[in-house]
Design a protein around this ligand. Sequence first.
Ligand code: KG4
Ligand code: ZN
Length: 342
Amino acid sequence: MKKAESIRILGIETSCDETSVALLDLNNEHLKIQKHYIATQIPIHARYGGVVPEIAARTHVAEVISLIEKTTGWKSDFDAVAVTQGPGLATALRVGLEAGKTLAWSFRKPLLPVNHLEGHLASAWLVPANRKNWKFPILFLLVSGGHTELVLMQDFCRYKVLGRTRDDAAGEAFDKTAKLLGLEYPGGPKLSQLASKGNPKTFDLPRPMIHDPSLDFSFSGLKTAVRYLIENEARKSKIEDVCASIQAAIVDVLVAKTVRAALKVKPKAVAVVGGVSANPLLKSELRKALRRQCPGIKLLAPAKGLFTDNGAMIAAAGLWQVMKKQKISDWKKLDAQPDLDL
Ligand code: KG4
Ligand code: ZN
């Protein structure tokens, strides 16, 4: 493979309900997303109220070839293929992995298996201004539909998980409470939109584990409290006020735990990544709290459009492997790892 100073990586993402392919180009420190396509399956799964794994896999099959064609024109103008190996839905992951293996075999290129969670961390690195502040250690709040973790990045490809959710992820808390309110899948973005017009002080919902000294999270109790609220008082209230109260409870816990972790490990920067990092209140509250309690520590976040799953972040995490000269695996031996962790 070529030197890391000049390299083009093709990234493929099919772990859940977005098929995405990107071409990332690094040329003498200049990083550019040359091409990037995301085909969302959200309208398909919305009919069922959540992701149906078999339908997700079949839809990836239909999409991934056409996105690879659009991105590459079937020319081998790339140096390696990075593909999500896990975590995610087993059948969905295998579609991307098999597409990656086929490209690796037919164009004789290395295949880089990428941890989807590392991809989310790399989504913040794609922002040029963030790369200027990319000094280790960096504390990450990783908040996606399936994961809520506090991760200390000590170097490229070197991580320590400081805390994680003991039950539901923050994204799940948004989606499940939104479903209880009758909002369409995925409810997180809709709940957050309605919340921006409501009063967060209307209902005093629990902030699970907020005072617990550990850096772990728990969100399942919040879901139960919201169910109880909806069955009782909330029926007479404005949905905007209910949404604002739910959002405030989730954001308060995420912010408090991140600040606690930052005070403990004293990172050079804090980053928030994953689908829930699209939430404007989370970013503004986190920024405020860091300014107050950890002055001088910057908050890094992905660019608009790269919060949720995408191929560019997978290509970026593949690039990290090249930069760190990680051993290239034999693609024939690679299989999906649905439960992969950092
Ligand atoms: O990272 P992601 O695209 O997929 C996983 O890897 O899981 O995250 C999707 C999650 C969903 O739970 C979705 O509701 C949530 O991100 N999400 C939001 C917002 N936008 C997306 N949650 C709260 N506020 C938002 N604005
Ligand atoms: Zn994701």
